[in-house]
Write a protein that binds this ligand. Structure first.
Ligand code: FAQ
Length: 313
């Protein structure tokens, strides 16, 4: 088929809201856009295990430890689904990981902030997973089949993650004065970075036009950020905590909250490698990858031997 009719066919599929599958023809820029977004998303899940993993040995009860362990393992699983989805776009796992380890590929800005207290684990579950779900619900209807199907599974687990975080916040906010102060301090530090997770304002988002045109993103960065604020402020009120934003106020006319502007200079710094924990996070991933080399080699040798034995049988 001629490229023109291939492209017309691709556009028609998008118009009919049909999914694009790995064997379908797709424009090269669509493929590259997806590799960028899906791999960034996968890296975020894997790097996102680090700030929470930091607290597994210090969880305040056996129950809290088991729940956190399960959550962190889920994040690892999400990373694997997403790497697999990205691999269907003609790029290898090695190449994707190399892009992360050399700093060529980004991962979510949020994971470059430290988890200083147990309340931070509550805030990460409540706010970070809350923001992640807000973004990922629309991605269940993204136009690329393997990505959309991965998101369906991921969203189910993220809901549990958000609830476990809110449960920790409830315990602290309704606990002793000192615990309530810890919860407030965590909210103060995680609020603005959570708003930054949605990406730059629409007017400064270079990838959004194509993402919307190709139905990769169904809603814009600002729309999702607004919905997150509308949903989360009443949850903070229920906890008796105050959102650290002097400009926050309900706006009847728009049926949502007005809120202040995140520090976009800080955001730019963080996504360009200069946040509080960027170097530590990347070094931890590179070290884990190097230390896991013997496992990958042993698995490859075992798989090759098994293939040989199966052939001989
Ligand atoms: N951090 O033109 P846009 C989770 C970059 S999963 C870092 O608006 P786009 C689960 C962007 O890449 C969290 N970089 O880009 C969990 C681009 O640079 P590039 C991850 C960011 O793609 C919870 C440039 O800025 N979720 O948390 C960020 O249209 C707890 C211009 O931006 C996803 O990845 C940022 N926040 O929109 C795990 C969801 N924002 O690539 C463990 C899928 C923007 O051109 C514990 N991704 N940039 O060099 C998306 O929906 C989109 O990619 C956005 C960005 C919304 C993140």
């Amino acid at each position: 088929m001629e490229t023109v009719s291939l492209e017309a066919n691709f556009d028609a599929k998008l118009t009919r809201n049909e999914m694009i599958e790995p064997k379908d023809w797709m424009p090269d820029n669509y493929r590259k856009h997806l590799i960028r977004q899906i791999s960034q998303h996968a890296h975020s899940e894997i790097v996102g295990m680090l700030p929470e993993g930091n607290w597994i040995t210090r969880a305040p009860s056996l129950r809290a430890k088991i729940v956190l362990l399960a959550k962190v393992q889920d994040e690892g699983g999400h990373g694997l689904y997403l790497y697999t989805a990205a691999e269907t776009l003609q790029i290898s796992r090695e190449e994707l990981l190399d892009q992360l380890h050399t700093g060529k590929a980004k991962y979510s800005s949020i994971f470059n902030y430290p988890t200083l207290t147990w309340a931070d684990i509550g805030a990460v579950g409540w706010l970070v997973d809350g923001a992640a779900i807000m973004n990922q619900v629309m991605l269940q209807r993204t136009s690329y089949g393997p990505y959309a199907r991965a998101m369906v599974r991921i969203c189910k687990e993220e809901s549990f993650h958000q609830r476990q975080g809110y449960e920790i916040m409830c315990r602290l906010a309704f606990g002793s004065q000192e615990q309530k102060e810890m919860a407030q301090d965590a909210l103060n530090r995680w609020w603005w970075p959570s708003l930054m997770m949605f990406g730059p304002p629409d007017a400064n988002s270079p990838n959004s036009a194509n993402a919307i045109k190709w139905k990769i993103k169904r809603e814009s960065n600002d729309q999702l950020r607004q919905r997150f604020v509308n949903q989360t402020v009443p949850q903070a009120e229920f906890l008796g905590l105050s959102v650290p934003d002097k400009e926050l106020k309900w706006n009847d006319a728009k049926g949502g909250y007005d809120f202040g502007t995140p520090d976009w200079n800080e955001f730019e710094n963080v996504i360009h490698g200069n946040g509080p924990c960027n170097k530590e996070r990347l070094a931890a991933r590179v070290e884990a990858h190097d230390k896991g080399r013997w496992v990958r080699e042993a698995a490859a040798v075992f798989a090759a031997k098994k293939k040989g034995m199966d052939k001989a049988a």
